[in-house]
Structures are given as C-alpha cells and as structure tokens.
Design a binder for this molecule. Structure first.
Ligand SMILES: Nc1c(C(=O)O)ncn1[C@@H]1O[C@H](COP(=O)(O)O)[C@@H](O)[C@H]1O
Length: 201
C-alpha cells in the first residue's frame, strides 16, 4: 500500500457515485492519536453508526470511516482526502492532530469547504494551531482531547434533517443526565470513603 494507492482510492471513490457511503470521516495525523480520537468513533457508535471498513460491503444506515492522514507527512494525501470529501458523500469530517503545529484540521477545513470540519486538538498545546483560522475559513473545534464531543457534534449536523437521529441524540443526553443522578445518589449513600473504595475496585 502506498500513499498514491490511497489517493487513487479517494479519487476513484469520488467518481463512483456508489449508493451507500460513509456519512462522517474521521482523520487523524498519526495512529499515535488513536486513543484520543477513538472517542469520536465511540460517540457515533453510541448513536447507532457503524464503522465502514470495507467500501465494497458498506454497512446499512449511518456510518463513519477512519484514516490516518497528515498535512505534514502526506500533504498530497490530505489534499486528496479533503478535496474529495463532498463528492465521496461525507457530510462532516472530524480531523484531529497533536503537537504544537497541528495543521491537519485547519488545512482539511480549508480544502473540504463547504463540507464542515470539526477539529480535535489532541493535546492542550495543539489548541491554538487548530482554532486559529482567518475570517472566511471556518472550522468548528472541540476542547483538547474531547473527541467524543466531536462525534456528537457531527451527529447533530446530520440530525437536522433526520428526526430519528435527533431522538437518538436526545436519548443519549437523557442517559447522561440520569447517570449524574445515579452517581450522586451512590456518592451520598456510600459516603466519600465507601464511594472511593468501590471506584478503585
Ligand atoms: N499535527 C500533526 C500532523 C499534521 O498536522 O499534519 N501530522 C502529524 N501530526 C502530529 O504529530 C504527533 C506525533 O506523531 P507521531 O507519534 O506519529 O510522531 C501526533 O499527535 C500527530 O497528530
């Protein structure tokens, strides 16, 4: 597998007009970002999305895809991915990168425009380079490491035209709300030490 093979795949996929395409693309600068970026996939999975791993056998319903793409190491691949995003049927791209020079999210946003891009600064030191965009070059971003929220935000975009997905988002919200009540009761009833002991088990 070469970078050119991937570029060829994205370009051919954009031309193919296949019926079932991923709705959300998740890209990250390095596989070392995966632990952080996995949150985006987790949020989408919690909402019933399936990961597309074989474009020849795409899953039914909402789906997402994951790739490693680097503005610094593979600028041509980043360009191809962002440039074909709309034609490949992606409605939202989530792009995460780390380090002080995290350019993948902002460059992807510039090229993929008007497809919306949600940036994930993988570390705190990446925040400025992710969000620092000039007027006319929009990028939405979440806080450092908060890729789960990026997954939710991507689903929120899709849910504007799908009441079923909107209901799933509401349910997830309600579950989290109920979780606060449960943990609050548990903390109160066990007391500080009992609660800590249970959590450490
Ligand atoms: N910020 C970027 C870009 C980019 O912005 O294009 N490409 C890789 N990286 C970041 O470099 C860090 C270290 O990567 P390695 O662990 O592969 O050396 C990662 O957090 C990645 O996102």
């Amino acid at each position: 597998m070469t970078v050119q093979d991937l570029i060829d795949f994205f370009e051919a996929d954009a031309e193919s007009n296949r019926d079932q395409t991923p709705d959300v693309g998740i890209v990250m600068g390095s596989d070392s970002d995966l632990d952080t970026m996995a949150g985006a996939a987790e949020a989408l999975t919690d909402l019933g999305f399936t990961e597309e791993t074989d474009p020849e056998n795409p899953p039914a319903g909402y789906s997402f895809e994951t790739w490693v793409v680097s503005a610094h190491r593979t600028p041509d691949l980043m360009y191809a991915y962002a440039d074909t995003a709309g034609d490949r049927g992606l409605d939202v791209v989530i792009a995460g990168a780390g380090g002080k020079s995290a350019d993948l999210p902002n460059m992807t946003a510039s090229i993929a425009y008007p497809v919306p891009v949600i940036g994930v600064p993988v570390q705190e030191k990446s925040v400025d380079s992710v969000i620092g965009m000039p007027t006319g070059a929009p990028l939405t971003a979440v806080d450092a490491g908060k890729s789960y929220n990026a997954g939710l935000s991507a689903a929120q975009v899709l849910a504007r035209s799908d009441s079923d997905l909107e209901a799933r988002l509401e349910r997830l919200h309600d579950d989290r709300r109920a979780g606060v009540a449960e943990v609050s009761r548990d903390l109160h009833d066990r007391g500080v030490e009992g609660f800590r002991d249970r959590r450490d088990d």
